[in-house]
Design a protein around this ligand. Structure first.
Ligand code: GDP
Length: 294
């Protein structure tokens, strides 16, 4: 994960020479290298500039202990700033409500259905009674896919293959959840390959009709700045609560993870790191910063 970025940052730290005090002269080249590494990682340019300006200001004038190399001190400062950039602390999802309703949105292929299965598995393991809902009215294969995942993790899947009204299906599913004493309902919605008006309208209508306790936007981290732009568009229409970053196992750059929070102003809540049902983690900004810094 993020191996390209990690090695470039490592190289940047090694350019910081000198002893005693970090000065304007010796930090400038290093900060420039850090900014370049972030931009190469597909971090939004404005974000890269703001964060590296902060890093420089923090570093300037810092007294370096005799036992510490200036490079090491800078690593600590960069760690702190990257942690802040990604939201500082872990943000939990809201699973209050009877039942709690979690709406899953995103483009087709982003990993929505896989994540829905993972989240069901994750919440089931905390002792909750979960219902998965297949609300993709365009791709019968998506319903089958969710059913397979549901079976795999031992969670019931609600579907109405003949019904072409997503709002109706979602409402019926919630009634079914109440009738069968489910405490959490996860609604997997339809996705398109690109954002289109009809898709946006449909998901906004589903959201309005079922008033979810949590709306999660799922996005493929490997798409970098596209992921950030898609998140912005979805957020404008859906006002979601959190982001799920998928396919981090294949992301060598890290631009989406680093930019999304500050561009969209919504926290990353979960990460997905593989196709297996267990490959789901809460998002800890400080741990992610440590991983990036190697
Ligand atoms: P959807 O169209 O948004 O529902 O996307 P899917 O859940 O069908 O996922 C699309 C493809 O990405 C499938 O082949 C998944 O197995 C794969 N996938 C999903 N999440 C991950 C992940 O975190 N890592 C990797 N490597 N593959 C993933």
């Amino acid at each position: 994960m993020f191996e390209n970025l990690s090695s470039k940052l490592d190289k940047a730290f090694k350019t910081l020479k000198g002893q005693g005090r970090i000065s304007d002269i010796n930090v400038a080249a290093t900060v420039k290298e850090i900014r370049k590494a972030l931009v190469d990682a597909d971090v939004n340019y404005k974000v890269a500039k703001t964060v590296t300006d902060k890093i420089r200001d923090e570093a300037l004038g810092k007294e370096v202990l005799i036992s510490v190399q200036p490079g090491q001190l800078l690593v600590k400062i960069v760690h702190e700033e990257l942690t802040k950039l990604m939201g500082e602390t872990k943000q939990d999802i809201n699973i209050k409500g009877d039942p709690a309703i979690i709406l899953i949105a995103g483009l087709q292929g982003s990993g929505k259905t896989t994540f829905s299965g993972k989240l069901a598995n994750y919440l089931k393991k905390t002792g909750r009674n979960v219902l998965l809902v297949a609300c993709d009215i365009y791709r019968p294969a998506a319903i089958d896919q969710l059913k397979v995942l549901g079976e795999q993790v031992g969670v019931e899947v609600y579907a109405e293959p003949e019904n072409k009204n997503a709002v109706q299906i979602a409402k019926n599913a919630i009634q079914h959840a109440k009738n069968t004493n489910k405490k959490i309902v996860i609604v997997d919605t339809a996705g398109r390959l690109a954002i289109d008006e009809q898709m946006m309208r449909e998901i906004a209508e589903v959201k309005k009709a079922i008033a979810p306790t949590e709306t999660l936007f799922v996005v493929d981290s490997m798409t970098g700045q596209d992921a950030v732009n898609t998140a912005k568009t979805f957020n404008e229409r859906l006002n979601f609560d959190g982001v799920v970053l998928t396919k981090l196992d294949g992301d060598s750059r890290g631009g989406a993870a680093l930019s999304i929070r500050s561009v969209v102003e919504k926290p990353i809540k979960f990460i997905s790191t593989g196709e297996k049902m267990e490959a789901i983690d809460l998002f800890y900004p400080d741990r992610m910063a440590s991983r990036i810094l190697g």
